[in-house]
Write a protein that binds this ligand. Structure first.
Ligand SMILES: *Cc1c(COP(=O)(O)O)cnc(C)c1O
Length: 395
């Protein structure tokens, strides 16, 4: 049987599942349904590989190893996490300060970077200029009383942010806030340091510039003394810049909700005076302490190097595909454009039904015109299965 929307042959059972999946993803809005939600709604689906959520699996294992060892060594540790309040925002900022080498009064601790994004938009922005495609909270959290305008990135130019065009677009829009995500989600484009410097220097008149570096650990950026790459230093030179950082993807811990933002001290104070006192949890606090431990950081860097090799091997293999266009990426995922007349949604469903591989269909991404999949890069054995599943369906 041939469907209208795809040149791929599918059976009627597969068509039924496809319909169910469509209903489910319509219900979850602009984010994918969680694994739990999906398995509950469609028990026939057996998800073997989660290549939808953008998580570093090696870092999850590393966290888990430490957590287990520490709980074994001190059986009261986990109970205290349940029973007691976590430390206050400023106290956790003190602890993070050393690990990221930023003064504590510039650090706003968040319940995941998503909370920092919400706080910044609601307090320091009126009119946002975003680059599309983008991470959806940047426009969804704007609400009805804020304005959003867009700078369209071009797939044919590998989603590159052209500095001159970008600055002109921001200034023409009249926005008081610009959002730059680097590497960007969903395309993985990294804005080179020189371009970013230049952009920030031209936009010093803006009230707020958000630089989201949630995926920066995966990028090949030069660093001092083997430190983790970060742009947080730029907040000292550009007063209007706020750097947002999620820990979910690079540390593989989306479930515990840990993130932060760096901004000028008055802004942190203003946010904390309006709330966010105990906005993390005991487990997130445990993570922030772990992050500050030199032994953990050495191990994390080792795992990160290993994972980056997996990413390189994955992208080298997908570059050889002649049936999809796989975009260059500086993150731990890759955007793939489907061949003509092939629906990304159908391919996503077939990957799930036939191979148990869950990827992100990007049909709902504003500013992504065409049929795209976003595939998270995993461990070596999972990557092999993902790549062979994609090629089996499409080649
Ligand atoms: C996932 C993501 C975030 C938010 O992650 P949290 O889990 O809330 O920390 C922020 N920015 C970008 C670009 C993301 O992809």
């Amino acid at each position: 049987m041939l469907t209208e929307r795809s040149l791929i042959r599918i059976t009627s059972t597969e068509q039924d599942m496809l319909d169910k999946l469509q209903v489910l993803s319509a219900k979850s809005g602009s984010h994918s349904p969680s694994l739990g939600t999906m398995q509950q709604a469609i028990p026939e689906i057996n998800i073997e590989i989660d290549a939808c959520y953008l998580s570093n699996p090696l870092a999850t294992d590393l966290f888990w190893t430490h957590f287990n060892a520490d709980v074994l060594a001190d059986p009261q540790l986990f109970k205290r996490m349940l029973e007691a309040y976590p430390s206050q925002n400023r106290a956790i900022a003190e602890r993070l300060s050393e690990a990221i080498d930023i003064e504590p009064n510039r650090i706003f601790i968040a319940n995941g970077a998503t909370e920092a994004i919400q706080a910044i938009i609601h307090n320091f922005s009126y009119h946002l200029h975003i680059s599309t495609p983008t991470f959806s909270p940047y426009y969804e959290f704007a609400g009805a009383d804020r304005q959003v305008t867009t700078f369209q990135l071009d797939a044919d130019d590998n989603f590159r942010v052209d500095p001159e065009e970008y600055v002109q677009s921001v200034l023409r829009s009249g926005a008081d806030t610009a959002v730059l995500i680097s590497p960007n989600n969903p395309d993985g484009y990294l804005i080179p340091d020189n371009d970013l410097e230049w952009i920030l220097s031209k936009l010093s008149g803006l009230r707020t510039i958000i630089v989201d570096e949630s995926f920066v650990h995966f990028a090949a950026r030069p660093t001092l003394n083997g430190e983790l790459p970060t742009l947080t230093g730029i907040t000292e030179r550009f007063e209007n810049v706020t750097v947002v950082k999620s820990m979910s993807k690079d540390f593989g811990i989306a479930g515990i909700r840990a993130g932060y933002a760096i901004m000028r001290p008055e802004r942190v104070t203003q946010l904390l005076e309006s709330g966010y006192l105990w906005n993390t949890s005991g487990i997130a606090e445990y993570f922030f302490s772990l992050f500050g431990r030199p032994d953990f950081l050495v191990e994390y860097r080792t795992e990160l190097t290993k994972y980056k090799n997996y990413i390189d091997r994955f992208t080298a293999a997908s570059a050889k595909f002649d049936f999809v266009r796989a975009f260059d990426t500086s993150a731990n995922f890759q955007l793939m454009q489907m061949p003509n007349d092939v629906s990304a949604e159908v391919v996503t469903a077939l990957l799930l039904l036939r191979h148990g591989v869950y990827v992100r269909s990007c049909g709902d991404k504003i500013g992504l015109n065409g049929e795209f999949l976003r595939v998270a890069i995993r461990t070596e054995s999972e990557n092999e299965k993902i790549l062979s599943a994609v090629s089996e369906i499409l080649s």
